[in-house]
Design a protein around this ligand. Structure first.
Ligand SMILES: [Zn+2]
Length: 307
């Protein structure tokens, strides 16, 4: 069943676990994520980025999610990820598909971010849709040349208090050193946990960790074995994710790990069965590996048996 982000995250916050938000692009990704959540009896957040909407269409993705959600008792949140254009976010709110939207005003000035987030919160709440906002720029710790520069980009604990109060957002994406994509760290995985603790102390709003893929070793190995060039790929360690959840993260975003799983599944199948041209068999192999990875993530976040 479809439900709001707020209800799922508030329960998670109370019981000290996190819920995974998994990025989908097509039917196979949606089915893989829902099947994993059902197998784990876990609530789940299905995310569509602007890129996914460009690729597959908002109505197309929304319709599939709506149908799949009706057939299960697992709480499913349908979420717009990183809506940067006001128009697109408003379209998503009015589409009737989404139960949650993210407005990413992180590239705007602090004042403009507040103003636009506030406007969208007002619109969304009228339709009982939750709003995730973003404060700070999501980028890796290694991207900064000095502590001063780092402080200017990562989320400021002082600003969070004012931002949440002024916008009334239901969840907040914070920057503590994770970054998007498959190449997050050149050295060891490092996150600013002290900053997370300070933010958590200041506000009650559910906190979101973006760019949290782990690039699991076995899946990466399978990718490399079959010709994918991602030797330098490195994600957030499981230990760091566990610590972040313990310190108060309640929504963890995963995109890259699903891409790698899909890639590994399809590459290996094509090489091992060059005589098979049936797209259903080819896609199923990618889909099954996504389900496996999503199940591992759900267990890592502690949301198994919470549905
Ligand atoms: Zn993100």
């Amino acid at each position: 069943m479809l439900t709001s982000l707020s209800s799922v995250l508030q329960k998670a916050q109370k019981n000290h676990y996190a819920v995974g938000a998994f990025n989908v692009n097509n039917l196979e990704f949606i089915k893989a994520v829902v099947e994993a959540a059902e197998a784990e009896h876990s609530p789940v957040i299905i995310s569509t980025s602007e890129g996914a909407i460009d690729y597959a269409g908002m109505e197309e993705l929304g319709t599939i999610v709506q149908i799949v959600s009706k057939r299960t008792n697992i709480p499913i949140v349908f979420h717009l990820d990183h809506g940067k254009k006001m128009d697109l976010v408003i379209d998503a709110i009015e589409s009737g598909f989404y139960t949650s939207i993210m407005f990413d005003g992180s590239t705007l000035s602090y004042e403009k971010n507040i103003k636009q987030t506030k406007e969208l919160v007002k619109l969304a709440h009228k339709k009982k849709i939750s709003v995730e906002a973003e404060l700070g720029a999501i980028a890796g710790i290694e991207d900064f040349v000095s502590i001063k520069e780092r402080d200017a980009h990562l989320t400021s604990p002082e600003q969070v208090v004012d931002f949440v109060k002024q916008t009334g957002c239901d969840a907040l994406a914070i920057a503590i050193g994770t970054s998007h994509g498959a190449f997050k760290f050149k050295q060891d995985c490092r996150l600013d946990f002290k900053r997370l603790q300070e933010i958590r102390r200041g506000v009650n709003v559910p906190l979101v960790l973006h760019g949290a893929s782990g690039v699991p070793k076995t899946v990466k190995h399978q990718c490399l074995q079959y010709g994918c060039k991602i030797e330098q790929a490195k994600g957030v360690s499981d230990v760091s994710i566990k610590k972040a959840v313990k310190l108060g993260i309640t929504k963890v975003n995963i995109d890259t790990d699903l891409r790698i799983a899909f890639d590994a599944g399809i590459r290996s199948f094509l090489q091992e069965y060059p005589e098979i041209i049936d797209p259903r068999q080819i896609m199923t192999h990618g889909k099954e590996l996504i389900t496996k990875v999503v199940r591992q993530k759900i267990r890592l976040f502690g949301s198994s048996k919470r549905a």
